[in-house]
Design a protein around this ligand. Structure first.
Ligand code: DO4
Ligand code: MG
Length: 303
């Protein structure tokens, strides 16, 4: 069972459940966070609440593919884990031009994982909205990652897809530049759905596929499994919530297991697709930094 948010006419976005058979049922909650809070207040699971609602209602005529999908949860914060797969460790060593006993080697093996604040509500976008590339970087990539949707106590409520857009030259120059290599406007995309955790048999067997298209041609494709993750999800969450304030609907991205070839950088007009069967396909066009006059217009539209 998945939960989506879609644009419904001119009105506010609509939350809905999607069954494994592809039927879509509207849910009577303003958003995913109020849905998960209702479940907690009623001491019921999210799946039990959805099943009760489906018993008393009919599916809408549209299928998920017919809908304009929006960000499935407006998280106050998106956090991310880094260097949780050997593929990421090796890529970081390459871009930093280090070979032995680097910080990346150490953090991969350390008891404490690398966690960083990736994004906030205003910086995070959903399906089909452009991810931006930075104006001060010449080496930028998508990082396709499984995302954990957690509640304020750290319980894993669902799984989603995230794109942790990253600048390899900025991080490679100096690891202290990490926040600038990771955080800017539209540098984090989430969606298209949240798979309820109760309906996932083995969360260490998700297969993640990333495809990048340029002028209609596929210029990159690779797949990897979450079975290769060095750590456990609960372990990552336990470090995130330790002595911290966490909010219902926080997302924790679990690190990338796919890195494009070293000579690849994203360009304006590219299209990034990240697919995880059972969750969906997160698609985002890539856009170059806004020109000054476009920026002023965009800021005005956002107010
Ligand atoms: O150390 C940098 C972060 C790496 C990262 O984002 C990842 O492994 O996914
Ligand atoms: Mg990452």
């Amino acid at each position: 069972m998945r939960v989506i948010c879609y644009q419904s006419g001119e009105g506010p976005n609509q939350l809905a459940a999607v069954t494994d058979e592809g039927m879509v049922y509207d849910l009577p909650f303003i958003d995913f966070i109020s849905f998960m809070r209702t479940a907690e207040q009623n001491k019921k699971s999210c799946l039990a609440i959805v099943n009760e609602i489906m018993q008393d209602s009919l599916p809408i005529p549209e299928k998920m593919e017919d809908l304009t999908l929006k960000l499935p949860v407006r998280s106050y914060e998106v956090w991310a884990a880094g260097v949780t797969y050997s593929r990421s460790r090796d890529a970081r060593n390459m871009e930093a031009k280090v070979t032995t006993n680097s910080y990346y080697d150490k953090v991969y093996d350390a008891k404490r994982p690398e966690l960083f604040l990736k994004s906030t509500e205003r910086r995070t976008i959903g399906p089909n909205t452009p991810v931006y590339i930075r104006s001060d970087s010449n080496w930028q990539i998508p990082e396709p990652e499984l995302g954990l949707v957690i509640d304020s106590h750290g319980a894993i409520i669902g799984y989603t897809i995230g794109n942790d857009m990253s600048s390899r030259d900025i991080e490679g120059e100096n690891p202290l530049y990490l926040p600038q290599a990771k955080v800017w406007k539209h540098s984090c995309s989430i969606g298209p759905a949240i798979r309820l955790a109760e309906t996932v048999e083995d969360p260490y067997s998700f297969v993640i596929t990333c495809r990048i298209f340029r002028e209609g041609k596929k210029v990159f494709q690779d797949s990897a499994s979450t079975a290769l993750l060095k750590r456990k999800y609960e372990e990552l969450v336990s470090y995130l919530i330790k002595d911290n304030v966490t909010f219902d609907g926080t997302i924790l991205l679990t690190g990338t297991c796919i890195v494009p070839d070293d000579d690849f950088t994203l360009q304006d007009g590219d299209m990034v697709e990240i697919e995880i069967p059972g969750i969906g396909t997160l698609t985002n066009p890539v856009k170059a930094p806004l020109q000054e006059n476009e920026q002023v217009k965009a800021n005005l539209e956002e107010v």
